[in-house]
Design a protein around this ligand. Sequence first.
Ligand SMILES: Nc1ncnc2c1ncn2[C@@H]1O[C@H](COP(=O)(O)OP(=O)(O)OP(=O)(O)O)[C@@H](O)[C@H]1O
Length: 287
Amino acid sequence: MISATNQLLEELPLLEVRNLNKRYGKGCSSCETPDMLEGKDNRCPQCGSVWACIDVELDLYKGEILGIVGESGSGKSSLVKSLYFDDEITTGSATISTYQNGENNIFLESAQQKRYIRNHLMGMVYQNPWMGLKMNFSSGGNVAEKLIASGTYHVGKIRNRASELLEHVEIPLSRMDELPKNFSGGMQQRVQISKALANNPPILLLDEVTTGLDLSVQARVLDLIRKIQRELDVAMIVVSHDLGVIRMLADRTMVMRQGKVVEQGLTDQILEDPQHPYTQLLVHSLL
Ligand SMILES: Nc1ncnc2c1ncn2[C@@H]1O[C@H](COP(=O)(O)OP(=O)(O)OP(=O)(O)O)[C@@H](O)[C@H]1O
């Protein structure tokens, strides 16, 4: 029987982000806070700083896929890069229910704790495989790197886990010792996915992972993402400028524009009855 605490944990968001603000640039007296740019776009006309994320709030539940859509420059990548600690945020908080009882703002944790979160609680798949893979390591070596970082040193165990993961993403085991730089774009993305899943993180962040791939290759990667979500019950944030990708994958969708969340809801609802004029434009361009 599921205990009352477990049941409560299931219902609580796995990840809660509150008032996340991210500014690139030093800022000046005209753009100290994002609301000072109200009425204009999110770039300061005085100093050129950009408020890439403005008061972003999101909840991510166990096992769901949350899509983030918006035009180029709307702040989607800045948001996931901030969550993965690739970029430092300006202000805001994020908590993970399975980390310190959801009480600690992960952005305020020490570098060591942030490494722990990156290695155990989150995986990241980048648009550019060169960001997520070491191209001069074999595919198996890339997965091994992540396992070693989380404290697994037994060579046999590492090899078994790497084979299991690569098999899961449909990389032939005969190619496990090859360098991913010799792989096709779709295969590189699949190796990145296996690396990101190495330590069974409950949260996976995917940033434009099918952009630039041929349509048939894209379809295979999208199928794989769906299969992983079904089989591993991992919660995902999927960033894409392509509403078609979001429609295929996401249970819920958040629409961003100029750093702000302009609309969010069930993906079907957003597609059928978009409320914000910007979302209406996106949806109509898909039809
Ligand atoms: N390292 C950086 N330095 C300065 N400005 C940046 C940096 N990274 C992003 N920006 C700016 O922040 C804003 C949001 O960019 P971001 O990459 O998050 O958008 P996006 O929605 O992911 O778009 P794209 O899909 O084109 O990457 C843009 O105005 C961008 O120019």
